[in-house]
Design a protein around this ligand. Structure first.
Ligand SMILES: C[C@@]1(CC(=O)O)C2=NC(=C\c3[nH]c(c(CCC(=O)O)c3CC(=O)O)Cc3[nH]c(c(CC(=O)O)c3CCC(=O)O)/C=C3\N/C(=C\2)[C@@H](CCC(=O)O)[C@]3(C)CC(=O)O)/[C@H]1CCC(=O)O
Ligand SMILES: NC(=O)c1ccc[n+]([C@@H]2O[C@H](COP(=O)([O-])OP(=O)(O)OC[C@H]3O[C@@H](n4cnc5c(N)ncnc54)[C@H](O)[C@@H]3O)[C@@H](O)[C@H]2O)c1
Length: 215
């Protein structure tokens, strides 16, 4: 069994090559665009959605079958055509160039896989079954969406704002640690769930930091 390493990649502005333009490629392209990647799709055909994206100039479309040399210069490669031999050839080319490659038809030919993803603003939850059951990964992700509600988005925005403020105001690592620990103990998440949370102003934030900085 491959022991996959979970990572969070910054792909903004990076060129990513997707071979194939079907429903699987469409799903991968949508999450690549959400992450700010610069996407090139190489495929003789496209789904209606991908065709729309190409028409709007949001992806580059090379309208032909895969050819050797196509993955050169990519940051990541997705081999998602319906032709397994083509996916295999693109994966071999990517690996020879030292590029990470995802193979949608038979994952073991590639070296990274795509997890199910739940997003709540700054919170990302990725679920993988290491390829054992992709639809189970989708199902588990849907179950987590019930548990991790929309309130996590403003909650993480709040934590981000406070953490930035604490780092800006406090030079002492010990004081910062104490404040960040106390921040985690606040009842903000529950207040957000109940609709009773009142947004902290910069003044409220500074007053809380002053009141909590001593032991
Ligand atoms: C999570 C998700 C993310 C995404 O695709 O973006 C994803 N598959 C999803 C759905 C899904 N995939 C399949 C079905 C049909 C039902 C079924 O067969 O079970 C459904 C259900 C559906 O479509 O609803 C079929 C399928 N999938 C793979 C193969 C080939 C193989 O096993 O090698 C085949 C058989 C093809 C064939 O028969 O020819 C392979 C992979 N699919 C993965 C990810 C990677 C492992 C993730 C993990 O578990 O760790 C991996 C290894 C590679 C990769 O694609 O990166 C996404 C959820 C989207 C969402 O959340 O809505
Ligand atoms: N990983 C997953 O989540 C998942 C889910 C379902 C299916 N699959 C696998 O992924 C493959 C693609 O699935 P799909 O539903 O997108 O299929 P699809 O038939 O909707 O699309 C296939 C795409 O590949 C393109 N294509 C065909 N030959 C090509 C070539 N030589 N070069 C470049 N592009 C080429 C076609 O033009 C088309 O756009 C399936 O064969 C299946 O094995 C994977």
């Amino acid at each position: 069994m491959a022991g996959y390493l979970p990572v969070m990649l910054d792909v903004s502005g990076q060129k990513i090559v997707v071979i194939g333009g079907g429903t699987v490629a469409e799903r991968k392209v949508q999450s690549l665009l959400e992450a700010g990647a610069v996407v090139t799709v190489i495929s003789p055909g496209l789904t209606a959605v991908l065709s729309g994206l190409a028409g709007e100039g949001r992806i580059q479309w090379i309208s032909r079958a895969y050819e050797s040399g196509d993955v050169r210069g990519a940051f990541l490669v997705y081999a998602a055509s319906s032709d397994h031999a083509v996916n295999e050839a693109a994966a071999a080319e990517a690996k020879a160039l030292g590029l990470p490659v995802n193979v949608a038809s038979h994952a073991e030919a590639g070296n990274f896989i795509t997890p199910g993803v739940l997003r709540r603003g700054r919170l990302t939850v990725a679920v993988s079954t290491s390829g054992a059951g992709p639809s189970a990964a989708a199902e588990i992700t849907a179950q987590l969406a019930e548990v991790l509600g929309e309130e996590y988005e403003p909650y993480l925005d709040f934590l981000h704002m406070m953490r930035s403020e604490i780092k800006r105001q406090e030079a002492s690592a010990e004081v910062r640690r104490r404040l960040l620990h106390r921040l985690g103990q606040l009842d903000v998440l529950n207040q957000l769930r109940q609709g009773t949370f009142i947004q902290w102003t910069p003044e409220t934030a500074r007053a809380w930091i002053t009141a909590n900085r001593e032991e």
